[in-house]
Write a protein that binds this ligand. Structure first.
Ligand code: 5AD
Ligand code: SF4
Length: 468
């Protein structure tokens, strides 16, 4: 078969799968179910929405229950415990499959880009039916067809790709907010990080394609979007008609009907004054910035290959706060990087105290095979790391607590996102600065922006009341 586009090819295979699934439905006398479980970051979450969209088009009914006809794990490998989690879950899944031999088990995502992982899966987890990586997720329909029609194990992993295929069916979890990919891959090679090896080199989508996708989302009722990339600040550098991230943001702010724009993730070395100025001048861009610092020690930052100093970082935070006074700031910190001394760690604590983040994502350094840091001498012992991690958490929590109190009593705009699962007759939403607030209200307000009075601060979140 000759196809004009990749999308056309995938739609062809979706149709072919639909026929097979229809036959299976007739034999079983019921619909077939599919469960997609996502691990890791927002990009994986977005990929999973595509996988579910394709499966739904094929005729599967989506379920959260792993006792399904198809279970697909979209994996993460950024830290080693993400991998352990998958192996554990696979043990559980093998028991389910023993009772349902027709069940299809698939794995995809970042972990599949590691050769030693796939070797282990093929050797010790032989019940897996389908394996594919991050570069060919668009080929899912064709791979499913091979599995369904030929009834043998299917494995396709590519080392890289230059292709960007985005126009495929997708089933969004939320009707009113969505992630939008603006770029893929990463060229930074921080010495601890496996992402450049599993997600490949940086590739940006064309601005007109991004704008078109967002316009379409807005026409379907989306009011908030999150622009996604491993390093959004270097967006556009690889395009023929080069464009900056700030210029893209400006175009996106002009889209009628779109109310809120967020973006993730930024690298301090590429954060431009132009971006800070753009945030200052647009009401639509949320007052939130996630700027991973990783360490407060100049020696460690250098070993991490981060290309900035603690002084540079402090200056960026100063500029952001000066331009956008109410901005919510968050960061990522790694504890226990090879060679980290007590003094280095205290530098990190000190920088956190100076920057006073609203929230900090704290990680224990995890050795990733194939990265330069895995080969470094002086890996830190577990006990020291644990002790530092606990001290770090204490400082982080104290500051978050104080920060959340600062806005108490204010009336702010909140996008109401979901029913609160723990409190009856409550819904939960987010402020522009990304803090969560719970309010008493019925589900009819989900997806709308409400004026909320912040009545009580509870560590990381608020209890509030709708006043509009
Ligand atoms: N060990 C611990 N944390 C890591 N991160 C990335 N790689 C590692 C690693 N090997 C953290 C960084 C990054 C976040 C997404 O995950 O802090 O910003
Ligand atoms: Fe995990 Fe990174 Fe892959 Fe996201 S891109 S799923 S954080 S390894």
């Amino acid at each position: 078969m000759e196809f004009q586009t990749e999308e056309e090819k995938q739609l062809f295979y979706i149709d072919k799968c639909r026929e097979i699934i229809k036959q299976k439905e007739n034999t079983l006398g019921r619909k077939l179910t599919a469960c997609v479980v996502t691990f890791g970051c927002q990009m994986n979450f977005k990929d999973s929405e595509k996988l579910v969209g394709i499966l739904t088009e094929m005729g599967y009914e989506e379920t959260d229950d792993e006792h399904a006809d198809l279970v697909l794990y979209n994996t993460c490998t950024v830290r080693e415990n993400a991998n352990f989690k998958i192996y554990g879950r696979l043990g559980y899944l093998s028991k389910i499959k023993e009772n349902n031999p027709d069940m299809i088990v698939g794995l995809c995502g970042c972990m599949m880009q590691e050769k030693h992982v796939v070797e282990k899966l093929n050797k010790s987890y032989r019940f897996i039916d389908l394996i594919f990586g991050t570069h060919n997720i668009y080929n899912f329909a064709k791979l499913m067809y091979e599995r369904l029609a030929e009834d043998h194990k299917v494995e396709e992993i590519l080392d890289g790709t230059t292709k960007i295929v985005e126009d495929l069916p997708t089933k969004r979890k939320y009707s009113f907010k969505s992630g939008v990919n603006i770029m893929f891959g990463c060229n930074n090679f921080c010495s601890y990080c496996i992402v450049p090896y599993v997600r490949g080199r940086e590739r940006s989508r064309k601005p007109e394609d991004i704008v078109k996708e967002i316009e379409q989302l807005v026409s379907e009722g989306v009011v908030e979007i999150m622009l996604l990339g491993q390093n959004v600040n270097s967006y556009g550098k690889t395009l023929d008609n080069s464009i900056t991230f700030a210029q893209l943001l400006k175009k996106v702010t002009e889209i009628d009907g779109l109310k809120r724009i967020r973006f993730m993730t930024s690298h301090p070395k590429d954060l431009s004054d132009e971006l800070i100025e753009t945030m200052h001048s647009s009401e639509k861009i949320c007052k939130q910035f996630h700027l991973p610092m990783q360490s407060g020690s100049n020696k460690i930052l250098k070993e991490m290959n981060r290309h900035y100093t603690r002084e540079d970082y402090i200056e960026l935070i100063r500029k952001l706060r000066e331009s956008v006074p109410d901005i919510g700031l968050s960061t990522d910190i790694i504890v226990g990087f090879p060679g980290e001394t007590e003094e280095d760690f205290e530098d990190t604590l000190d920088l956190i105290k100076q920057c006073r983040f609203d929230s900090v994502f704290t990680f224990i350094y995890s050795k990733r095979t194939g990265t330069p840091a895995a080969e470094m001498d002086d890996q830190i012992d577990e006990e020291t790391v644990k002790n530092r991690f606990d001290r770090l958490l204490k400082v982080v929590n104290e500051i978050s607590n104080e920060k959340v109190n600062e806005k108490l009593g204010e009336v702010v705009d909140v996008l109401i996102e979901e029913k609160n699962e723990r409190l009856e007759n409550y819904v939960s939403g987010r402020l522009s600065n990304n803090t969560v607030v719970h309010v008493p209200a019925d589900e009819s307000v989900i997806g709308t922006i409400q004026q909320v009075k912040l009545k009580e601060a509870k560590g990381f979140y608020y209890m509030g009341e709708i006043v509009s």
